[in-house]
Design a protein around this ligand. Sequence first.
Ligand SMILES: CC(=O)N[C@@H](CCCN)C(=O)O
Ligand SMILES: NC(=O)OP(=O)(O)O
Length: 315
Amino acid sequence: MRHFINTGDYDRATLETILTHAMTHRGERSTALSGRTVALMFFDSSLRTRASFAVGIAQLGGNSVTFEVGRGTWNLEYQEGVIMDGDKPEHIADAAQVLSRYFDVLAIRCFPSLKRPEEDAADPVIEAFRRYATVPVINLESALYHPCQAMADMLTIRERFGRTEGVRVALAWTPHIKALPTAVPNSFALVAAQLGCRLTIVAPPEFPLPDVVMERLGDVEVVHDQSVLARQDVVYAKSWASLVNYGAPPPARYRDWILTPEKLGSARFLHCLPLRRNVEVTDAVLASAQNDCYDEAENRLHVQKSILQFCLHLI
Ligand SMILES: CC(=O)N[C@@H](CCCN)C(=O)O
Ligand SMILES: NC(=O)OP(=O)(O)O
């Protein structure tokens, strides 16, 4: 069974095959998914993921059905062995087995609580689908990983530089008004390391990535000083929550970690979006010729069409 839950589940050659397919089949319209239907299940909001999956599936001749879990479906329980006398009338154990009888792929988005660190660290919702689904599961951003985003990021870098090997990339923490998940930085850091980028993590000391990610990154460079940004080929800007002060918004003293053209230097700019302008990144960065974040968003479409075909053993 080919799930796509974490790039770390696959070796470099497999990830490269998916990227190469996305480059060579860019813009593909075909009947590759004819007769197949994909469930797009959103426990949380989305613009790009929702749109790019629905469009990509249509371009391959397939169908999708989008669910807003808990609004139009039953609210779904994910904990094992609980007495279900609360606000969740159905268990993922049952829903996943039923949906697998209808659909060819189950694609799931569910963010972390950002309240219960041990629970979030177990990535319980996507793992419940992995356990009970009998068709491939694609992660549309879970508590811990956003592998489709990370693959689009690597496709964007590969197209821009002709390679990923040796490209100097900084994962650059940005301020925000809220605590945001670590899924995007986790998956970006993992896939950058997997595909040979020279990765530097640039964040204040209270903003480490989770141990499960750091262990896989090995001796990655972590610095608490933004002056390294201007020496990079790519600056990947993202806010994420403090694991030290779990779920709390970033302290006001870090507002000056906003990304500006001066800090960016000559590096290319990437961001998964959505972003809060003039909180995370200034308007001037987005207006600059170094901004590749719309190419990056477009690449979600291209790479996900390859991921779908990979999961269905079509490539
Ligand atoms: C603003 C917000 O909630 N961002 C989410 C979604 C990012 C892209 N899917 C995050 O930081 O994980
Ligand atoms: N980058 C991304 O996943 O965007 P959405 O949250 O809008 O899907």
